[in-house]
Design a protein around this ligand. Structure first.
Ligand code: D5M
Ligand code: FE
Ligand code: ZN
Length: 482
């Protein structure tokens, strides 16, 4: 018997308690001495009060929360998933349809704003001399800043126009606009009879009430595991999965695990990748993922969304990881395979999951944004009400007839990954989570000076929105930014 265990047993025996052998087995599994002492002392105190002097299995299970509370709700609904909607329109026709769908959806969203009552089409504004300021909306097709003015070209289905911005603050806001992003502007005729932009209005989010879960359950946010890579932190993830099945009172209430893309490292994603892989095929990588996820109790629902390293198609929106590579994951009762992006409801809490590929294009072109603060980029996406506005840069976008990347439904939690930097933030009451990664710094990342903070597990109480995190990396300086 372990020394610590005999110490706590003597403590109970000296107080006149008997300990049932089944209870003993549970105590023997607890390795944390402090925890062991605390448990015994609390049980002794409580049972002394009840004048019952035997410690049995039930006492320990109740105290440790091993018994799952059957009243805990775990209701998962997939509210939106591109997998079945993907049509792949072809060529120019496809892109025209995509942009027209984007324009129409966002115009509908911005119509909720009072200014939109004075909305005019671009052709009307161009052909009349404006007596008063009017509003127009469109997609940004060009933006340039020279000397002390900014020029913006906007396009709507009726035509396009170039507007000039003189105001310094407004020029700064214009600097954050992305090509192909939707925006509403207030325009007036300038002295030289050109058009002057006097205000810029993003679709943005209205202030709204957040949905919360009635029962106190927890969701775990993970992404960028990169299973199959040499740098995948397998031991750390195994430890974390063990925690999920442990008697820890928080772990006992975990009912959802969300994986926000790059679950596996993939094959042929970057040059000479095979030299950095421990599993050389997609099938092996997914099998390893299945084996790891298998250790999560079946009362926990796992939602798996792809990223740019996972198999399927590369262009956004991405369908779910195809069943042909691993039917085990698809057949699993507690696993839901969804596309990227996806909107899921966890006991009524709406979570928008997006891998975050567009962050690459956005940090490249927007002053003040960087890979170090992904939640700032996430705020820009919410203001634009679009997950990946820029077409034709490094993030491939497919010519879908419907733009499935418009943020139509407002989420309660926005979950993104991709940049391997875990960070939390809030925007208009919405919880922003970048779930970091479970992959150590790769040689590529080191070469570009990118320092990830991997191995941080983010756990959210869906009833209170309180957020916990655990650092599983050996680096104790690994901090979760907020
Ligand atoms: O991306 C991990 C991070 O590394 C993400 O922030 C993008 C960045 N990344 C990845 N590949 C490149 C290249 N080729 N250039 C610049 N930045 C890059 P992941 O999707 O896990 O590979
Ligand atoms: Fe990644
Ligand atoms: Zn990625």
């Amino acid at each position: 018997m372990k020394k610590e265990l005999s110490f706590v047993l003597n403590y109970a025996l000296n107080k006149g308690f008997q300990i049932h052998p089944d209870a003993f087995k549970i105590l023997d599994d607890i390795t944390d001495v402090k925890k062991l002492e605390k448990i015994i002392k609390e049980i002794v105190k409580e049972k002394t009060r009840q004048k019952q002097y035997q410690i049995n299995q039930n006492d320990l299970e109740t105290y440790l929360g091993i018994k799952d509370d059957p009243n805990l709700q775990s209701d998962l609904k997939v509210l939106s998933d591109p997998t079945e909607k993907i049509t792949s329109g072809e060529g120019v026709k496809g892109y025209n349809a995509l942009f027209s769908s984007r324009f129409n959806k966002l115009k509908r969203i911005i119509s909720e704003r009072p200014e939109s009552k004075m909305l005019k089409s671009i052709s009307v504004v161009k052909s009349t001399k404006l007596e008063n300021d009017v509003y127009v909306c469109g997609l940004v097709t060009a933006r340039s800043a020279e000397r002390n003015i900014t020029k913006l070209v906007l396009e709507d289905p009726s035509g396009s126009f170039e507007g000039i911005i003189f105001d310094d603050e407004l020029q700064k806001t214009a600097g954050t606009l992305l090509i192909d992003q939707f925006v509403m502007v207030r325009v007036a005729t300038a002295k030289n009879s050109g058009l002057m932009i006097k205000d810029l209005i993003m679709p943005d989010l209205p202030d709204q009430k957040i949905n919360k879960s009635e029962s106190e359950v927890y969701a775990v946010f993970l992404s960028d595991l990169h299973i199959g890579s040499k740098y995948f932190m397998e031991e750390e993830l195994v430890e974390f999965v063990k925690w999920i099945s442990s008697p820890d009172p928080v772990a006992r209430k975990v009912r959802f695990v969300l994986i926000g893309g790059d679950m596996v490292d993939g094959v042929g994603i970057y040059p000479n990748q095979n030299k950095e892989l421990v599993c050389q095929t997609i099938e092996d990588q997914l099998q390893k993922a299945e084996d790891l996820l298998d250790k999560i109790p079946t009362n926990v629902k796992i939602i798996i969304m792809p990223g740019n390293h996972d198999p399927g198609r590369r262009a956004l929106p991405q369908p779910a990881i195809p069943q042909k590579y691993n039917s085990g994951l698809w057949e699993r009762e507690n696993i839901e395979m969804v596309g990227n992006p996806a909107l899921v409801s966890l006991n009524g809490v709406k979570v928008l999951m997006f891998h975050g590929q567009s962050i690459d294009d956005i940090v490249k072109t927007t002053p003040g944004l960087s890979y170090d603060r992904p939640t700032d980029v996430m705020k820009n996406l919410l203001r634009a009400r679009h997950l990946s506005p820029v077409y034709g840069s490094s993030t491939p976008i497919a010519p879908e007839v419907e733009d499935l990347l418009v943020i139509e439904d407002i989420p309660d939690i926005f979950h993104v990954g991709h940049v391997h930097k875990a960070q939390l933030d809030m925007y208009k009451g919405i919880l922003l989570v970048n779930s970091g990664s479970w992959q150590k710094q790769t040689p590529f990342q080191a070469s570009v000076g990118m320092v990830p903070n991997p191995g941080l597990a983010i756990i959210v109480n869906l009833k209170t929105f309180q957020v916990f995190h655990e650092n599983y990396s050996s680096n104790s300086d690994n901090v979760l930014q907020s």
